[in-house]
Design a protein around this ligand. Structure first.
Ligand SMILES: Nc1ncnc2c1ncn2[C@@H]1O[C@H](COP(=O)(O)OP(=O)(O)OP(=O)(O)O)[C@@H](O)[C@H]1O
Length: 270
């Protein structure tokens, strides 16, 4: 753990092609009496076209990390850069605009509007941003997620997996710099979860998007290029080219000290 933190301190301020960079981010909830340190000095970069899974025990700070990286919450100290912009330099309106235009979100509960068609759900972020969606863009996004023939359907007429794919098409429509997923497969059965994970991987590899996903599931995490492990609000380690077995092994070591293998994987990265 210490090794990661120390090495993180020596890293350059921005990496080669990092779309998102957190630098010594601390986030504290509550007042002085009941303060909870959700993030305790997280330094981390996410490179363009990569798929990262964020894992760790309940309460380790995964959602808080996502929220700070996406500008949904402001850190107590430290910095977040997204697509070249220091989020602290933006006021609320500019931050909202940046979120709409540069970030896609995929949540466990698909968050589709039931009264809108699939096509209208997908184009919602563009319309909220005052842009007029072209038919080609909508069809392209729906075809990418394998739902080209469902544009006129309502969410209730689709399976959970299909609804999540609509949510991914909606996340893609603005051509965002980064897509954040908070347990995107948490409500899906195995088959649908696999399809959604394969799609997220494809979105990173083929479409060059940067995907960051919080998950509790080692099998889901193994679809990513890299797993970041959090423990007590800190980066406890990282694993490149994860397999479900190695991820599970890592999880059993958290939040305690990570011996042998941890050092080996830390070396892989730094
Ligand atoms: N709005 C809040 N107010 C007070 N404390 C909070 C708030 N949000 C999170 N926390 C606390 O911050 C810590 C980190 O929470 P976070 O939700 O980021 O963890 P997590 O790893 O995503 O957990 P889980 O896997 O259970 O979703 C926890 O101790 C949590 O109780």
């Amino acid at each position: 753990m210490t090794e990661v933190a120390e090495r993180a301190g020596r890293r350059p301020v921005t990496g080669p092609d990092e779309v998102v960079r957190l630098e010594a981010v601390r986030k504290v909830y509550g007042g002085s009496k009941h303060a909870v340190t959700a993030l305790d000095g997280v330094t981390l970069g996410f490179e363009r076209g990569t798929f990262t899974a964020v894992m760790g025990p309940s309460g380790s700070g995964k959602s808080t990390l996502l929220h700070c990286a996406a500008g949904l919450e402001r850190p107590a100290s430290g910095a977040v850069r997204l697509d070249g912009t220091d989020l602290a330099s933006l006021g609320e309106r500019a931050l909202t605009r940046l979120r709409r235009e540069r970030i896609g979100f995929v949540f466990q509960a698909f968050n589709l509007l039931p009264e809108l068609t699939v096509a209208d759900n997908v184009t919602l972020p563009l319309r909220l941003a005052g842009r007029r969606p072209g038919r080609g863009a909508v069809d392209g996004a729906l075809e990418r997620v394998g739902l080209g023939d469902r544009r006129g359907h309502r969410p209730a007429e689709l399976s959970g997996g299909q609804q999540q794919r609509v949510a991914i098409a909606r996340a893609l429509i603005t051509r965002p710099a980064v897509i954040f997923g908070d347990e995107p497969t948490g409500a899906l059965d195995t088959g649908n979860a696999r399809a959604v994970l394969a799609l997220l991987r494809e979105v990173a590899r083929d479409a060059g998007r940067t995907v960051v996903m919080v998950t509790h599931d080692p099998v889901a995490a193994a679809y990513a290029d890299r797993v970041v492990f959090l423990s007590d609000g800190r980066v406890a380690g990282m694993l490149n080219r994860p397999t479900p077995e190695r991820v599970a092994e890592w999880l059993t070591r958290l939040p305690g000290e990570a011996p042998g293998g941890a050092t080996e994987t830390v070396r892989e990265l730094w």
